[in-house]
Every structure is written in structure tokens, then in C-alpha cells.
Design a protein around this ligand. Sequence first.
Ligand code: ATP
Length: 223
Amino acid sequence: MNIGFFGGSFDPIHRGHLALANAARDAFALGRTHFVPTTTPPHKQKYALAPFADRYAMVALATASEKFFVPSLLEAPDAQPRENYTIDTIRRLKPALKKSDKLFVLIGIDAFKDIAKWREAEALFRECEFIVANRPGFSLADVANSLPEKLRPSAAVIKPFAKHSAIGDLVLPGVTVHLLDGVNEKVSATAIRDAVRAKKPLGKLVDPTVAEYIRKRELYKGR
Ligand code: ATP
């Protein structure tokens, strides 16, 4: 079975996340996608995230009616402190998979641009294939230039890619990146938090159950 791994702060989960996961499921026949709310070490956070329990609850609500989407506790805070880099989480997930299962990391191109900085990035490319949701204006060269140095082709090889939009597949030794076209939801969690603070209606930016949860738990009011 093809299995998706979709990590994010999901603070909160919104229509853009669901659009990406739906498009990836349809294009790559993903039989299951794990939505993994992440825990970022406080020193790496740009702002205080909502508690893990709230972010997980919203992921569970937004995916409740989706048979193929699974809210994941893989990065739930544990009594035992542990590393929660994506490579660690994927290594925790893998033993539960069948030999015939194939793992795909789902990610937006904005986040993929930083992939070379991720812990053990090369190992991550060995462990799974990537499905990257592109956006207009990005070229195949942008995708190739984002790869960890050891996996990145030379500048001469990348140069002609600049003329190609980020569509199709990029297959190199140790790297398989599938570009996913047509995910065009202009929404971010930042915009949602700002809207809540400004007392603006969330409309269709989030699932109605998530909007109600934000209201009941009084999330995002003070930041
Ligand atoms: P924030 O505004 O707080 O930075 P975010 O909306 O980018 O949050 P994250 O939880 O950080 O949401 O993102 C998780 C993943 O979802 C990332 O790979 C990101 O690129 C992707 N993503 C976020 N928003 C969209 C969107 N509108 N369309 C497609 N992918 C998205």
C-alpha cells in the first residue's frame, strides 16, 4: 500500500492542508495518510504553539469523516523526552508498516525549500519518496537546488531545469520527488490565527468542527 506521512504544526489544520492531502491521495493512490502534529523544541519556535493536545484534537476533527486520513500521535509529548525530528519519527513508524508498503512524505514547496537543513536529510530521502505540492513561479531548478548538498546535481546539470516549471518527477540517485500540481488554496495557519485575533469569521478556511473547537477552547486570542 502507498502510505502518506504529513507532518506539520497544524496550528490549526486548515483547508490548504486538506487540499494537499486529498490531491496527493488521488494522484498517488495513498491508502492511508498519517497526519502528524509535530512538536518543535521551544528554542526553535518562532511563537508559542497551541498545546499538542489541541492541535491533535483539531486534526482528529478535520479528518474524522475521511476514511483514508489518520490523526497520528507519533510525536505526542512523552514522559520520556525524545528526539522528534522527522527522520526519528519515520523510523518509529516504519516497523509498523508492511514490507510491501511504500512511504511518501507530503510537503508544500515552501517547506521543502528548507529540506537540506533537516536532521539526516539524506537518510530521509533514502527512507521515503517525497510528494511536493508546487506553487506557480517555482521551477524544477528550485526543487533540485533545495536538495541536500550530497544529493544535489551539479550547477551545470541544474541550469537547464530553470526553464521547466516544477511539475512531473525528479528522479536522481537517492532521490525521488514527485511534484503535485493544482493545490491552490491561499490559506495559512498564520492567517487563521490573525483572523481569530481580529474576531473575523473563519468561513471555509477551516472545517466547521475546527472553527467551533477554536471558539470553545478560546485558542489564538492572545497571540
Ligand atoms: P504557519 O502559517 O503557522 O507557518 P502553515 O499554514 O504553513 O503554518 P504548517 O502546519 O506549518 O501550516 O504546514 C504543514 C505543511 O503543509 C507544510 O509542508 C506546508 O508547506 C503545507 N501547507 C501549508 N499551507 C498550505 C497550503 N495553503 N497549500 C498547500 N500546502 C500547505
